[in-house]
Ligand binder design. Structure first.
Ligand code: NDP
Length: 450
């Protein structure tokens, strides 16, 4: 490995030794940059990589709130403003009990490159809390969001930092967060948050964007390799926002979704999943996926067992779409998927595959759509929401969807072209990393040592 990259990685490991997800994401990016770094000795003089791996700002705060029993609860709140060189920080908020600084930093680091790939002027950020929304009443969710925003409002703004949703943060939470921001600031600053409801500045097709975008990327990747989605079987991990709309677009292209999951387990329906029923269970009733069996008793439910391969990946499939969480597919899972004949992987979630898993897929000729490129449709459409807010003029669903399709098609072309330019074959992950890095590096160098 190039000695500059090696030294920076070692330094990151030593100085952030308890941040395993962040370290993993730094490895994943930096290890693919060898050829660019070799060609640009100036980067080392500029301390470019050292600056790139250190967030511009990390904000951590207390989030006190009162539960329905009148008891005071305290959660941790975070906002990581990683890199603002190409635009205002932009990235979602995650509410999940597993949230910690390492996860926030990995997500914000990844976001920096993802946002660069969209071709839109947005920098990288991410935030969230270790608050667990499961089982909380609407009023508890509202009080939590209000308390979270009481502090966050000091650090965000339409030209400064624009949060959106992620795991555990959907339209309901964005509504409560926006309401509190508006009340505190006494200002209708529509562009301060994205993923808003349609009645108050949201964009049509934002809800669908990450899942649809993933499938547009998959369509392009398959096309470049003389394949199509039609007739393929698809398994999807997760049944949240990304998973549901990836499933919808998959069906539109004539493929069959045979399994979906949540953190407890997966349902497997050989005849093809009834997506309307999944939407009812997850979007309306907020229940567990197992509920599907009540309407479809012939479907199979498989429970996840801690430490074992997630049930959804034990099913034979042409295409697997990890759309739940990070490190869902490790080497063992990758081996099982390959031995079961998988042809392509599309990462809807952020960093769902471990580095060993990715290497195994690439070595075995599996088409691999990397998260920072394949799931960039969500943030790209968030940027389109910001444009509509600035213009004070909404676009139709078709206009936004058409722009999203064009952006995803361009992102795939960039990944492919860059991989070919650097003789990296079908390594679209390296293509994505190099293209995104080159853009961010250029902006950072132009702006001096800051
Ligand atoms: P949601 O909260 O809507 O859904 C998350 C889904 O993943 C649920 O089915 C959830 O199951 C499952 N899940 C969450 N944590 C775990 C876990 N530890 N193990 C197994 N399953 C888990 O989130 P999104 O759909 O918005 O996000 C999913 C992924 O996509 C995340 O990695 C996110 O960062 C990424 N992403 C999201 C974007 C967006 O626009 N929303 C944009 C780009 C990336 P359960 O209900 O049981 O917890």
């Amino acid at each position: 490995m190039n000695s500059y990259i090696k030294n920076v990685i070692e330094d990151v490991e030593n100085r952030n030794s308890n941040e395993k997800e962040f370290i993993q994401s730094v490895h994943e990016v930096l290890e693919t940059l060898e050829k660019v770094i070799d060609n640009n000795p100036d980067f080392e003089k500029n301390g470019l990589l050292e600056r790139l791996v250190e967030p511009e700002r990390v904000i951590m705060f207390r989030v006190p709130w009162v539960d329905d029993n009148g008891k005071v609860q305290v959660n941790k709140g975070y906002r990581v403003q990683f890199n603002g060189s190409i635009g205002p920080y932009k990235g979602g908020l995650r509410f999940h009990e597993s949230v910690n600084l390492s996860i926030m930093k990995f997500l914000a680091f990844e976001q920096t490159f993802k946002n660069a790939l969209t071709g839109l002027p947005i920098g990288g950020g991410k935030g969230g809390s270790d608050f667990n929304p499961k089982g909380k009443s609407d009023n508890e969710i509202m009080r939590f969001c209000q308390s979270f925003m009481n502090e966050l409002q000091r650090h965000i703004g339409a030209d400064l930092d624009v949060p959106a949703g992620d795991i555990g943060v959907g339209a309901r939470e964005i509504g409560y967060l926006f309401g509190q921001y508006r009340k505190i600031k006494n200002l209708y600053e529509a562009g301060v948050l994205t993923g808003k409801g349609l009645s108050y500045g949201g964009s049509l097709a934002r809800k669908e964007a990450t899942g649809f975008g993933l499938i547009y990327f998959m369509r392009e990747m398959l096309k470049a390799n003389n394949m199509t989605l039609e007739g393929k079987t698809v398994t999807i991990s997760g049944s949240g926002n990304v998973a549901i709309y990836a499933a919808q677009k998959t069906l539109e292209y004539g493929a069959k979704v045979v399994a979906m999951s949540d953190s407890n387990g997966c349902i497997w329906d050989k005849d093809g999943i009834d997506l309307a029923e999944i939407k009812r269970i997850k979007e309306v009733e907020r229940l567990r996926i197992k509920e599907y069996l009540k309407k479809y008793p012939n479907a199979v439910y498989m429970e996840n067992v801690k430490g074992e391969i997630p049930a959804v990946y034990t099913i034979k499939t042409d295409i697997a779409l990890p759309c739940a969480t990070q490190n869902d597919i490790n080497l063992e899972t990758a081996k099982l998927l390959v031995s079961n004949g998988v042809k392509a992987i599309g990462e809807g979630a952020n960093m769902p595959t471990t580095i060993e898993g990715i290497k195994y897929f690439l070595e075995n000729g599996i088409l691999f759509a990397p998260a920072k490129a394949a799931n960039a449709g969500g943030v790209a459409t968030s940027a389109l929401e910001m444009s509509q807010n600035s213009m004070r003029c909404p676009w139709t669903f078709e206009e936004v969807d058409e722009k999203l399709d064009r952006i995803m098609t361009n992102i795939f072309a960039t990944c492919k072209h860059t991989a070919e330019k650097y003789n990296l074959g079908k390594n679209y992950l390296a293509g994505a990393n190099i293209a995104a890095f080159s853009k961010v590096a250029d902006a950072m160098i132009a702006q001096g040592i800051i």
